[in-house]
Design a binder for this molecule. Sequence first.
Ligand code: EPU
Length: 338
Amino acid sequence: MITENISLKKYNTFGLNVRADRMVSFKGEENAARFFRQNRDLMQNSLVLGGGSNILFVQDFHGTVIHPVMDEIALEEKKSDYVRISAGAGLEWDRLVEMTVSYGFGGLENLSLVPGLVGGAPVQNIGAYGAEVKDCIEKVRAIDLNDGEVREFTNSECRFSYRDSIFKQDFKGRFLITKVFFRLSTKPRLSLEYGMLKEEISKFGSNSLGNVRKAVISIRQSKLPDPAVTGNAGSFFKNPFVDEAAVKELKLKFPKLPVFREPSGTIKLAAGWLIEQCGWKGKRIGDAGVHERQALVLINHGNASGKEIWLLSEEIRKSVYDKFGINLVREVEIVGTT
Ligand code: EPU
């Protein structure tokens, strides 16, 4: 289905009222592939937009927005200790998590309530509360926008890393993901190591998949703004990685600096802490603001423009750099010229 001159307000979680020249929605893979083959001119300037939960439009989009609506779920295979499930790119992410948890399939429960659609999950390798979606993805099916060819990417071909994949790098903007295949456990081992998760789950009773989901939802709701109420795109920046020498130096000046050492040996800092130390938590410039309970989340108090939110993010980057010498990198994708 093609709609011309469409408002993207309900297609981006910042709630920005930007417009696109046209939007094409696809329910079937075949239709999408044919459309791409027959409309190469329209694909020259195109943007795949799922739930719009990790995007900041700084101006109208003069091109074709491609929106997946395929939302089927299928049980592909069931073995004694695992299942293989496929889900359409247009399915709301949390509906998939809810369903897999209700069937007792483990792997996605820590990713409860992450906003967005299934198709976006592999693009930025969504992660929360000690889990990353890459650990459950078996393969990703996608259509090349250039020629309509269908291609499948194995887990290693997706080149997943922290909030990153091939779909944000070499193949940025080139594929429409149509389906994601997950391998989930029927004998789940719960992952409760992150922060206050253990404490929170005890409020709900025993350690079960359902209670992990409840605990994660409860923590998220207490910290993160609901995009349906307050425009935001979750963490605006990535947490920075540093080396041991940098930690040593920073600790001399900032003894309270939280440092997270990962099993792989990498050292992560909390961007939210750095931003808070610069005095930004709860601040606002016009309608663009920093969330009062999580400084890593930028919010639209109502009528901020994308440009205003971007300008605020630049101010934040500048002050974090001036104070700590650390260059914050945006997690949110910027669309348009700033
Ligand atoms: N912190 C502060 N002040 C703040 C925010 C955080 O001091 O305002 C410090 C605290 O020391 C806290 C630490 O930062 O212990 C970590 O905070 P939190 O657990 O809230 O996690 P985060 O690192 O800020 C990351 C993800 C979130 C994910 C949570 C939970 C990134 C960029 N963000 O945030 O993901 O939900 O962990 O796992 O890695 C998203 O990507 O959109 C997102 C919300």
